[in-house]
Design a protein around this ligand. Structure first.
Ligand SMILES: NC(=O)c1ccc[n+]([C@@H]2O[C@H](COP(=O)([O-])OP(=O)(O)OC[C@H]3O[C@@H](n4cnc5c(N)ncnc54)[C@H](OP(=O)(O)O)[C@@H]3O)[C@@H](O)[C@H]2O)c1
Length: 291
């Protein structure tokens, strides 16, 4: 039995689908407010709970052999990105789980002081490494599935909002490839007790994304490119009313201000371990958008 947290999210949903396609038993940790009917139809066991509740985590871990942590927080980083993962690891140990897969983030080790999610991810990585469990820690760059709503809007009006430096490099990864990597991690010796950067096969600059959309939809992109200092101004104003939200926005700012891409040798290593070729962003978008 696999326990998947964040089962209704971009990665988690695809992980559950793949596990069910492979005939595995899956417990999907969802909230009552989550959109989980698809997972139920696919035959996953639906576990309704809240990752803020230790007793829910304890119950969800009962009798599972594998834990796949893919949940994200929105803004409650301490409770969800940090504490919920620590509790999952503790209960995974109690239940003698065979393998724990944790979705971290590219750059978790860089020590960004202003980015609570990055700090929480690094702290969880360390805790998992020291836990004695078998683990795979995956550090993805941006997920291609995040671009799908932006692409739909682009299809309608040709507008693409690009905040910050258009020349910053990124290696956006196909969320379907990432799901496959997650699922295969529990069976591959080469993935055991590894921390792996996960990015797409090409290093793009952020301004390449609207160009790719333009070529898919045959439309000249209209790029709106507000500078980063506007975000800083907004953050400053936010801090007057809601200091907690201001701190949480530090992660968003960090993502906009820095480069997140995988080196060629990191991509080769990944393709070697998992034995498949990663798809390009254009291929991913075409599969989803040109029907
Ligand atoms: N998106 C990226 O570009 C990116 C890049 C690198 C790493 N990551 C990491 O990858 C992971 C998954 O990202 P994603 O974009 O797939 O996430 P997502 O689509 O934002 O989904 C987040 C998931 O967490 C669940 N969740 C949030 N709070 C919860 C709670 N209190 N109790 C139970 N479930 C809760 C959500 O449930 P609901 O459906 O109920 O909201 C949802 O299933 C995250 O850990 C993120 O930090 C993401």
């Amino acid at each position: 039995m696999f326990l998947v947290t964040g089962a209704t999210g971009g990665i988690g949903r695809r992980v559950v689908r793949l596990l069910r396609e492979r005939g595995e038993t899956v417990r999907a940790f969802v909230r009552l407010t989550s959109r989980y009917s698809e997972l139920e139809h696919r035959g996953a066991e639906i576990f309704i709970g809240d990752l803020r509740e230790k007793k829910d985590i304890k119950k969800a871990c009962k009798g599972v052999q594998y834990v796949i942590s893919t949940h994200g927080s929105g803004s409650d980083t301490l409770a969800i990105d940090y504490r919920a993962n620590i509790e999952l690891i503790d209960y995974a140990k109690d239940n003698e789980v065979q393998h724990f897969v944790f979705i971290s983030v590219l750059g978790a080790e860089r020590g960004y002081e202003d980015a609570p999610v990055f700090k929480a991810k690094r702290a969880v990585e360390r805790y998992l490494e020291a836990s004695g469990l078998n683990y795979t820690i995956l550090r993805p760059a941006g997920l291609a599935s995040n671009l799908l709503p932006l692409a739909q809007r682009f299809r309608e009006n040709g507008i693409y909002l690009l905040i910050g430096d258009p020349k910053n490099r990124t290696s956006i990864v196909s969320t379907d490839d990432l799901a496959r990597i997650v699922v295969d991690s529990v069976n591959l010796d080469a993935a055991r007790n590894q921390i792996l950067a996960v990015g797409g096969p090409e290093i793009l600059s952020r301004e390449d994304v609207p160009k790719i959309l333009g070529s898919i939809f045959n439309k000249e992109p209209v790029i709106i490119n507000p500078p980063l200092f506007l975000i800083d101004g907004f953050r400053g104003a936010l801090g007057l009313f809601n200091p907690e939200a201001q701190k949480a926005a530090g992660t968003f700012r960090t993502l906009l201000a820095n480069e997140f891409f995988c080196k060629t040798e990191e991509v080769r290593k990944l393709e070697g371990i998992y034995n498949f070729q990663l798809e390009t962003l254009e291929n991913f978008l075409q599969r989803y958008l040109t029907v």
